[in-house]
Design a protein around this ligand. Structure first.
Ligand code: URA
Length: 210
């Protein structure tokens, strides 16, 4: 991908996102919309995957038909909200390998601390798509990508639903080689680190917690 940030302005994505932002949208509908939107975003983030051809026989004649090249890609969910994007993408790319990064914020240092990290083998040879619905301050996203790079990942893309300008700037500074795909770039962060206008706490909204 050539752009650092790709804003997916497709009407279906924008319509679904509006429904998700609405505070009157139920947990069940929110989850379903997230699943649908994740597939539309996955379509965009995988647009330039390397291709090759393989010889097949159609009922009429042999042909060299296009097929994906290289190792199976790795989807990495940044817990816990990343899991909401995972299921839909896996429906579209069922052979993808899956990893998880768990981070929490140390309330004294305010720095992200790792509590879980498991990624597929041969990560260095795979396209890695890290998923987290909300790119807010960028602290956890940057830390997750740091960990992925330490594990050997070299070709990483970041997929989110909403991004704040602050988070995009932070990612660009720390990881200019990681393209971002997002459904929207919102106005700003509030004093609590929420994206405004945003959609609230993505994890709470998809899992029905508070
Ligand atoms: N995480 C969320 O779930 N929502 C925000 O607005 C910011 C971070």
């Amino acid at each position: 991908m050539t752009e650092h940030v790709t804003h997916v302005s497709h009407p279906l994505v924008q319509h679904k996102l509006t429904l998700m932002r609405d505070q009157n949208t139920s947990t069940a509908v929110f989850r379903q919309l997230l699943r649908e939107i994740s597939q539309l975003l996955a379509y965009e983030v995988t647009r330039e995957l390397p291709m090759t051809t393989k010889r097949i026989d159609t009922p009429l004649e042999p042909m060299d038909a296009p097929t994906l090249d290289g190792k199976k890609l790795a989807l990495v969910s940044i817990l816990r909200a990343g899991n909401g994007l995972l299921d839909g993408i896996l429906e579209l790319i069922p052979s993808a390998r899956v990893g998880f990064v768990g981070l929490y914020r140390d309330e004294e240092t305010l720095k992200p601390v790792q509590y879980y990290f498991k990624v597929p083998t041969e990560i260095e040879d795979r396209l890695v798509i890290a998923v987290d619905p909300m790119l807010a301050t960028g602290n956890s996203s940057v830390a997750a990508i740091d960990l992925l790079k330490q594990a050997g990942a070299r070709n990483i893309r970041f997929l989110c639903l909403l991004a704040a300008p602050e988070g995009i700037a932070r990612m660009k500074e720390a990881h200019p080689d990681v393209p971002i795909v997002t459904a929207a770039i919102d106005s700003n962060l509030n004093e609590k680190g929420y994206i405004v206008p945003g959609l609230g706490d993505a994890g709470d909204r998809m899992f029905g917690t508070k």
